[in-house]
Structures are given as structure tokens and as C-alpha cells.
Design a protein around this ligand. Sequence first.
Ligand code: NAX
Length: 326
Amino acid sequence: MTRPMRIAVTGAAGQIGYSLLFRIASGEMLGPDQPVIIQGLELPVAMNALEGVAMELTDSAFPLLHGVEVADDPKIAFKGADIVLLVGSRPRSAGMERADLIRVNGPIFTGQGQAIDTVAAEDAKVLVVGNPCNTNCLIAAAQARRVPRANFTAMTRLDHNRAVGQLALRAQATPAQVKNVIIWGNHSSTMVPDTDRATIDGRSVPDLLDSAWLEGPFDETVRERGKAIIQARGKSSAASAANAAIDHIHDWFLGTGDQEWTSMAVPSQGQYGVPEGLIFSFPCRITGPWQYEIVEGLELSASVKSKMQATIDELASERETVKDLL
Ligand code: NAX
């Protein structure tokens, strides 16, 4: 029998967690042949709620679910974890600037990074969803001594999927027909959606769709979609965020199918002029199970190049804000 993989999830009783855990347990993340054990982490105040979620997981009788464990201590929750999904973080409260949010989250991700490095599997794969996810990932990765830093990634797949969704709508196509979109940079409004190499049903997007729409409403919709969801729902994206986390891990493990690449925020090694070490969203090709490589050598348009600088600058300044934690 295939050994069950241990999946640790933080913020497991939150709204993303409530969607995510059931899809992990049903096999959508790692495929229909891979059993899983879920190890949920929550704050002490949310442990009752997490116990309730664990009961519901048991009540779902998922054939692939070989166990559910809950804890309020990362050194317990991350023990032996093959995959760690860092979803929980301090939300932004009224009047808080982005820099304040980064500072209050810093110590959480230092502690969780240390716990991963101490007790998780030595080749554990990490996905940071909790915002500001790129810099939270940078902070956690700074604690890595045993687990390779390249295994620390952050989520821009929701932005990628949002771009695919908008292109499919506009072209009256299905999402599966849309290929090779790229999100560059930070998961924030400075991200750069890039459709220069995207295709829909084999046809080049710049040929198919008008550039005024691509540069204007499309670009803005993708970058500001999170705010639009909050306005409409009164709550931030949850099911689509959980879906993106499933897609990120699924593709990292099982490949991107007939897509050449997907968007993942990973440690830069200096590609495209991005300073080394920043957790930056690049087009990533999956070359085997848990093997990604940044797609290099793409010629960037003048428009993409000029927008790239703003997202590089933002991430560099976020790194400066937390430099004592690195
Ligand atoms: P919720 O507030 O519903 O849930 C968060 C949960 O995390 C809570 O149950 C809380 O008790 C727990 N938590 C907080 N600190 C913790 C810690 N130190 N250890 C363990 N658990 C902790 O938020 P939810 O809607 O689930 O969103 C979670 C995070 O995802 C937020 O930071 C949010 O900003 C971020 N998002 C990131 C996205 C992305 O694309 N990267 C998109 C969706 C989402 O906005």
C-alpha cells in the first residue's frame, strides 16, 4: 500500500481551511491513489472549531483519509509533514498599513519556519497562502537549515486562475483552452499579469483579443479581484483560494498536463533581474514530481518590463521591513 502523505494545514478552522481540508481528503490535491493524513494547526481559541471540522472529516468517510490530527502547537502539527500549507495569519485590522501587517505576521512565520525545519520531513514542501504571502514565505524560508529553501513557495495561483477565467469569459472559451498565462511578482496589486505568450484554443491571445482590453480592464480586474470579491461577498475569497492551493500542490507533484508552465512564487536566483532570494512569482515548469524550474529566456514586452520594476521594488521594500527576521 502507498504510504500516506502527511499534510499539515495552519488556520485549519478558517474559511479557506473549511474548503481546503475536504478537497485534500477527497484526493483532488494528490490524486486518487495517494492516501493522506491531515494535521491541522489552529490558535488555542479556535481549537473547538477545529475539533468540529475534524469530526466532519471523519463523518465524510473519505477512503483516502487515513487520519486527522489537530494541535495548537506547530511542533506537534508539523511533525513528519510531507507538505505544509501555511494558511493562517493575522488579518489586517482597521487602520493597519501593509508594513504593519508584515511586522505583526513576521514572528508567526519565524516560529512556523523553525518548526518546519525541526520536525517536518526533511524534504517537506511548503506553500504559504496567508498574506502577505510572498514575504511571509521569505521569513519562514529564512529559518530553513535542513529543509531546502527552494521547497518554500507562495501562492499566486489564484491570480493565475483569475486571469485564465477572465480570458475564457472574454473569448467565450473554456478555461482548459487557455494556456500559458503568467503572473509575475508579488501577490498584491503590483502583480503583473502577462498574456504575451498565452493562447486560447491554440490561438495567440495578443492576436485574438484587443490590446486596449488586455492592458486596461483585464489587467485591472485580475489585480483588483480580491477587493471585488470582498465587496460582493462581504468576506474574502475562500473556495477559490482553497482551489488555487489544491492546483498549486497538484501541479507541483503531478505536473501541469498540456500547459507549458504555471505561476508559482519561488525563491529567485536572479532570473529576469529579480534580486536573489526574493519570493517572486515566475512561470514555472514542472519537470518531475516535486521538481520545478523557472522558465528562463522569455523576451518581455516593454509594458511588462516597466510594470515588473514596481513589483520588484515592493518586494525588496517588504524584505527591508523584516530584515531583522531574515
Ligand atoms: P480566516 O480568518 O477565515 O482563517 C484564518 C485562520 O487562521 C483562523 O481560524 C485563525 O484562528 C487561524 N490562525 C491565525 N493565526 C494562526 C497561527 N499563528 N497559527 C495557526 N492558525 C492561525 O482567514 P481565511 O479567509 O481562511 O484566509 C487565510 C489567509 O489567506 C489570510 O491571510 C488571507 O489574507 C490569505 N489569502 C491569501 C490568498 C492568496 O492568493 N495568497 C487569497 C485568499 C486569502 O485572502
